[in-house]
Design a binder for this molecule. Sequence first.
Ligand SMILES: Nc1nc2c([nH]c(=O)n2[C@H]2C[C@H](O)[C@@H](COP(=O)(O)OP(=O)(O)OP(=O)(O)O)O2)c(=O)[nH]1
Length: 131
Amino acid sequence: MDLITVVCGIIFKDDLVLICRRKAEKSLGGYWEFPGGKVEDGESDEESLLRELIEELNLKVKIKQHFFDTVHQYDNGAIELISFICESENITSESTDHDQLAWVKVSDLLGWKLAPADIPIAKELIEKFKG
Ligand SMILES: Nc1nc2c([nH]c(=O)n2[C@H]2C[C@H](O)[C@@H](COP(=O)(O)OP(=O)(O)OP(=O)(O)O)O2)c(=O)[nH]1
């Protein structure tokens, strides 16, 4: 099966990072993720991320750096999840794709029910921001 490319933003506001809970009716409903989405034909990863964040969250961010990529095999196919560290000037509180949003400390990330593909990214972030 094909590998689907998905981009996500690790969006910081001060020292908190945004995670979003996927609506129940979506694939991986109820799991928390870093917001983003599938890369469309003809788009760069960065363009895709900026578009998705505006569409879903009406949030404009600054992409600071490419962070970490991971491949995860779900039952219905594999995704490559490409993450970027971003900064946001404002806090968003509504999403078209999620039923809850939370701004959390990096050190608390693994206490949330993250989508399985996000766990290696969360672990890497915890390492990076440790002490
Ligand atoms: N946006 C995003 N998606 C993620 C993350 N982790 C993870 O496994 N995914 C999965 C969920 C989806 O299967 C896919 C992204 O799809 P999407 O959110 O753009 O799209 P969609 O609603 O059209 O997806 P789908 O219901 O058709 O699967 O990647 C993450 O951190 N952010």
